[in-house]
Design a protein around this ligand. Sequence first.
Ligand SMILES: *[C@@H]1O[C@H](CO)[C@@H](O)[C@H](O)[C@H]1NC(C)=O
Ligand SMILES: *[C@@H]1O[C@H](CO)[C@@H](O)[C@H](O)[C@H]1NC(C)=O
Ligand SMILES: *[C@@H]1O[C@H](CO)[C@@H](O)[C@H](O)[C@H]1NC(C)=O
Ligand SMILES: *[C@@H]1O[C@H](CO)[C@@H](O)[C@H](O)[C@H]1NC(C)=O
Length: 506
Amino acid sequence: MYLSRFLSIHALWVTVSSVMQPYPLVWGHYDLCKTQIYTEEGKVWDYMACQPESTDMTKYLKVKLDPPDITCGDPPETFCAMGNPYMCNNECDASTPELAHPPELMFDFEGRHPSTFWQSATWKEYPKPLQVNITLSWSKTIELTDNIVITFESGRPDQMILEKSLDYGRTWQPYQYYATDCLDAFHMDPKSVKDLSQHTVLEIICTEEYSTGYTTNSKIIHFEIKDRFAFFAGPRLRNMASLYGQLDTTKKLRDFFTVTDLRIRLLRPAVGEIFVDELHLARYFYAISDIKVRGRCKCNLHATVCVYDNSKLTCECEHNTTGPDCGKCKKNYQGRPWSPGSYLPIPKGTANTCIPSISSIGNPPKFNRIWPNISSLEVSNPKQECYCNPLGSIHDRCNGSGFCECKTGTTGPKCDECLPGNSWHYGCQPNVCDNELLHCQNGGTCHNNVRCLCPAAYTGILCEKLRCEEAGSCGSDSGQGAPPHGSPALLLLLTTLLGTASPLVF
Ligand SMILES: *[C@@H]1O[C@H](CO)[C@@H](O)[C@H](O)[C@H]1NC(C)=O
Ligand SMILES: *[C@@H]1O[C@H](CO)[C@@H](O)[C@H](O)[C@H]1NC(C)=O
Ligand SMILES: *[C@@H]1O[C@H](CO)[C@@H](O)[C@H](O)[C@H]1NC(C)=O
Ligand SMILES: *[C@@H]1O[C@H](CO)[C@@H](O)[C@H](O)[C@H]1NC(C)=O
C-alpha cells in the first residue's frame, strides 16, 4: 500500500500559506527523485533530492499502555460526568461495545457525536498516584512536520510529560512538560514556545499554556512544531528555503524533529480545585478522544515513496541507496561514501547518488551528474570538458577528479545555482535586500535583490539613514539626528548572511 506518491510536499504548508502568498513559492518541493533531461549526449537522467509527502502518521503506529490494564471497564465501573461531577452514574464496560473505551478510539475518525474516546480507570486508589504511559511506536524514523495535537475528553491533566525516542524506545528524552504549576510539578519556570528564539529553539520547556480551564480550546494540548519552524521560515512559514538550509546544516535541529516513538506520560489527572474530593474519586480519570501526528518517513532525501507493508514502514529507495531509511549505498554502488541528499541548493537540492564501485565498473552508466565519465577517471585527463558555468566557477574546466569548483555563494554540479541569500547577477552575489531577512527600511523597496530604492528623505544600503544626517544638515532641535533604530542588529544580520559572523550554535 502506497502512502504517498509524487505529490507536492506542502499539503501541510498550503493551509498556512495559501491565503497570503504575494511571492512565488520559493522553496523546493522535493517530490521527484529524478527527471529526464536533454544534453549533448542525448536523453539522460538528472537526479534530485526527494522526500515523501507529509501525511497522517497515526495510521501506521502501534500503541501500548502502561499499566496494561489501565483502560476502564474491566471490571465495569461508573464515573462522573465531566460537566457535572456529582452525576456519577456513567458506565464504562469493556465487554459492551457501546460502553467500552479502548485505546484505538484515540486514532479513529473524529467528528462523530458523541465523540469516541479512550478512558482510563478512575482514581479510586487515591492517594496512590494515577499514572499512565501511552507509547506510540512506528518502528521507523519519521520526521514531524506539524504540531502534535492531543484532544482530551476529560479535563487536561494537571501534570504530563511528552517524551520522544530516536532509537526505537531504548532511550527517551523529554520533548515538553505540561503542568498547571510548572515550578511545583517539575521545578521549572513556566515558558511558552513564543519565549524561545532561533538560538534556544531546542530548549525543553515546561508550559502552563494548556492547563485546566474551561475556555474554548480547553481540551487541547499542542506540541508546537510549526512555531519552532517559524523561527527560521517566518511567521507564515513562507521562507522554507531558510528552514531547509538550517535543517541541512544543523544535525541537532534535524534530529529534534525526528522520532521513532513518542510517549505521553500522564502523571496527575485534572483536579480543577486545590483539594482532591475524596468522596467522589470517580470524578478523576483520563480520557483522550484524539491524537494527531503528521510527518513523513525519514528517507534521507533519497525516496518519495514510503511503503506500509506487513505493519512496517519502509522507504522505497532511489539513487542506488538501500536500507529502511535509504541509509547506505547498494551493493556494487559504493564508489564513494554514502551521504544523505541535501536540500541545497534550493529548489532542487542535491541527490548525492551512490555511484558504482570502482572495482565493479563493468557497465559504467552513460551519464552521471557529478562524475560525467567514470572511466575517464583512470585517464584523469586534466583538460576534461565539464561545461562549468564560467561566471559561477573558478575555472571553466573541472579539476582532476571531475568537479567544477564554484565561487563563494555558488553551488551545483555546474556552478550555476545560488546558495540561499544569494541571487544571480553575472554569477551569484550576496543579496543586499530581500523580502525575508534583509528588509529595506523606512518604506524603501527592494530592487532585484541588489539595492533598496529609498524614499527621498532616506539613504543608506537599506534606507536606514536620513539623508540630512549623511550631509550633516539635520536640525539639532528636531532630534532627527538620533541614530537609526536597530542598526547594530541590522549589521549583525548582514554579517551573518555574508557568512562572516559565527554560525548558529545549538
Ligand atoms: C512510565 O515510564 C517511566 C519511564 O520508563 C517509568 O519510570 C514509569 O514507571 C512508567 N509509568 C507507568 C505508569 O508505567
Ligand atoms: C542505479 O544503477 C542502475 C544500474 O547501473 C542504473 O540503471 C540506475 O539509473 C541507477 N540509479 C541512480 C538513481 O543512480
Ligand atoms: C569516457 O572517456 C573515455 C576516455 O576519454 C572514452 O574513451 C569513452 O568513450 C568515454 N565513455 C563514455 C561512456 O562516454
Ligand atoms: C576537485 O574538487 C573537489 C570539490 O571541490 C574536491 O573535493 C577535490 O579534492 C578536487 N580534486 C582535485 C584533484 O583538486
